[in-house]
Structure formats: C-alpha cells, structure tokens
Design a protein around this ligand. Structure first.
Ligand code: NDP
Length: 241
C-alpha cells in the first residue's frame, strides 16, 4: 500500500538509498537536505523524488517544512530520521560548538521532526517512525563522545515513544548501521581500511546503503506492525548487543 514517506537527509548516502527503496515499494517520497543544493537537484533529476531544504536542528523550520510537504503530498505516514553529521574530536579537544552541532542535528533533530508529525499519526491511528542511529551509539567510539551520546539518545527516545505509540498504531524503531560503503568511507586510506577496519567486521566487508534501506523499508511496511521499540543492528556482526 502506497503511503507518504519523508526521509531526512534523503538526497545522498544512506538516505538516498532509503528514499529510492521506499519509492520502489510504492510510497510517495519526500527527501530533505540541509544545504547541498547541487546534490539535491541532481538527485531530484535522477529519481523524480521531491526534495525539500531545511535544517532539522530548527523546530520552526521542521514544522513549516512538514506543513509544506503535507500540503503538496499528503499527511506524512512514514518518517525516517536519517539526517546526521559528525564533528569528531578526542574529548579533551572537543569544543562546546562541536558538541552542540551534533546533538542539535542527530538528537534534537529527531525530536524536531517527530513532534510535528505525531498528532496526525495519532489521529489517523497509523504511523511509522524509523531513526538511523549507529553502532557507535551502541558501543561508544573514540573521539565521538558527541556522536555516541546523540545516537544512544536516539535509541532511548525510540524505546520511550514506542510505548506511547503502541495503542495508536504507531511503531517506532531504530536501524543501527555499522560501517557502510558511503562517500565518507571512500576517503579512508586503503591501508587503514584493510588493516584496521575490515578485520573488525566478521562478514569481512562494508555494508551497502541498500542493505540499510531494505531494513527501513521493511520496518515501514504494514507487515512490520508487531515490531516496535526495536533496534535492528545491521553491522556485519561487528557488535552483538
Ligand atoms: P551523508 O553525510 O552522506 O548525508 C547526510 C545527509 O543529511 C545529507 O542529505 C545532508 O544534507 C543531511 N543533513 C545533514 N545535516 C543536516 C541538517 N542539519 N538538516 C537537514 N539535513 C541535514 O550521511 P550518511 O549517508 O553517511 O549517513 C546517514 C545516516 O546514517 C546518519 O545519521 C549517520 O550518522 C548514520 N550512519 C552512517 C554510517 C556510515 O557508515 N555512513 C554508519 C552508521 C550510521 P546536505 O546534503 O545538504 O549536506
């Protein structure tokens, strides 16, 4: 059944794979982005998916952006909180600004996007909220106190909200990727990849964006109605929680 799906950070990387997978499943998709107009316009041309620009760190911008999407496409029934950033530094060098930027985008952004769609989902007795956390929110990571805190916060947020949505037909879940083959990874030197990263992953390879997208598309489907408050760890066996 085709529904309206909104994917934050849906114009590139994992988010673009999610947006395309939801479209292929028959949903009407809106993909948002933060600033890279060139990438977003190329994505729109290539896929025919509608794109919208706003900062997920601003509550007002999210509320206004969602109003626009709903006026153009219809009520948002599936929300994928995928937009995320890193500002890595060992803690003794981490600035308050690096802390704030990551918390604002990766954690408060999830509140800012979910809060405006929640009343409509309650009224219609259906909703799917899926947030992309990270293996580093589950196990912690050197130089990522900000990112690990935000991504762990996303999991706590999800478990709490799942309990509130359960009787209203709204499921709330997390997908926690391990190392995924995105642009971010291609900048890592081959030696570091082969000697440090790959040996940590039991399946012996990086994940593909499509593999995350398929998890999300399943959680968004009507078939996944009994799954709520869960975290799907898609990490090649790197961290078993
Ligand atoms: P990318 O950096 O490739 O893309 C990030 C997307 O988020 C872009 O569309 C970007 O917009 C958007 N975005 C960033 N900040 C904001 C903001 N403040 N407001 C609105 N949109 C914003 O990310 P990845 O595909 O690598 O990662 C996607 C998600 O998966 C993230 O949450 C990340 O933390 C998580 N993740 C990624 C892993 C990986 O290996 N890549 C591993 C584990 C988790 P614009 O293009 O305009 O900048």
């Amino acid at each position: 059944m085709g529904r309206v799906a909104l994917v934050t950070g849906g114009t590139r990387g994992i988010g673009a794979a999610i947006a395309m997978s939801l479209k292929a499943a028959g949903h009407t998709v809106a993909a948002t982005y933060g600033g890279d107009d060139e990438k977003a316009n190329a994505f729109k041309q290539e896929t025919g998916i509608s794109v919208y620009k706003w900062d997920v760190g601003s509550y007002e911008a999210c509320a206004e952006g969602i109003r626009k999407v709903e006026a153009e496409l219809g009520p948002v029934e599936i929300l994928v909180n995928n937009a995320g950033i890193t500002r890595d530094a060992p803690f003794h060098k981490m600035t308050p600004e690096q802390w704030k930027q990551v918390i604002d985008t990766n954690l408060t952004g999830v509140f800012n996007m979910t809060h405006p769609v929640w009343p409509g989902m309650r009224d219609r007795s259906f909703g799917r909220i899926i947030t992309i956390s990270s293996i580093n929110g589950q196990k912690g990571q050197f130089a990522q106190a900000n990112y690990s805190a935000a991504k762990a916060g996303d999991i706590g947020f999800t478990k709490a909200l799942a309990q509130e949505g359960a009787r209203k037909g709204i499921t709330v879940n997390v997908v926690a990727p391990g190392y995924i083959n995105t642009q971010m990874m291609s900048s890592i030197p081959e030696k570091v990849m082969n000697e440090t990263i790959l040996p940590q992953i039991p399946v012996g390879r990086l994940g593909e964006p499509d593999e995350i997208a398929r998890c999300v598309t399943f959680l968004a489907s009507d078939d996944a109605g009994f799954i709520t408050g869960s975290t799907i760890s898609a990490n090649g066996g790197q961290y078993l929680d």
